[in-house]
Design a protein around this ligand. Structure first.
Ligand SMILES: [Zn+2]
Length: 201
């Protein structure tokens, strides 16, 4: 027994009893939908890193690793789905798993956005000393971090995400203040980095 690639109904003949599509037509429709879903997934995957630059979570590196893993699993599933559909093999379960992945970048991006956007708490200013700097040039804007000792229990260092201006402005040994917001969803994020002693706005 095989299933219709498009609607998933069991079919014995070439034509699906449920949606009326032949196996070739069903394959075509399925692959069209796969491209649409994947495009939607990729758009969300661009939005996520973009929003993490506006409201950068303190644990951004950890989140990006998690996000990277999720991203490649999803794309891997899409590739397998495409191959199996070409060969008219069973895809029902994989189709459902993939459908679960599609909205994830959007949900994560939205969570990061709301976490910062709705945060009305006053930032806490933590005095720190720049212990190191980290720069990785990337395709879009790259990764820039100021490394400081952590003020959180159980953690040695914090890698503070900063924009190019702040990255160039501060040097190892500088006394700085890291402004941290708690986040409405409990994801602490970096409001800004300032030079110690200078009035903050
Ligand atoms: Zn069908």
């Amino acid at each position: 027994m095989t299933r219709c690639l498009d609607c998933g109904s069991a079919r014995i003949s070439d034509q699906c009893p449920s949606c009326g599509l032949t196996s070739a037509a069903a394959e075509l429709l399925f692959r069209k939908r796969l491209i649409k879903q994947t495009t939607f997934f990729l758009a969300g995957s661009l939005l996520f890193p973009y929003l993490t630059q506006i409201y950068p979570p303190l644990d951004l590196d950890l989140m990006l690793v998690f996000f990277g893993v999720l991203f490649f699993i999803a794309l891997g599933i899409a590739v397998v789905l495409d191959r199996r559909a070409r060969k008219h093999q069973e895809i029902e379960i994989l189709k459902r798993i993939y459908a679960g992945f599609i909205p994830l970048p959007w949900i994560l991006a939205f969570a990061i956005f709301l976490n910062g956007r709705l945060d009305s708490a006053k930032p806490v200013y933590v005095p720190e000393r720049v212990e190191g700097k980290f720069l990785m040039k990337g395709l879009v804007r790259g990764t820039r971090r100021l490394v400081v000792q952590s003020w959180r229990p159980g953690q040695k260092v914090e890698r503070i995400p900063v924009d190019p201006d702040d990255f160039d402005r501060f040097h190892v040994g500088d006394q700085i203040e890291v402004a941290v917001e708690p986040g409405v969803l409990g994801i602490p994020w970096v409001y800004g980095v300032y030079r110690q002693g200078k009035p903050v706005q």
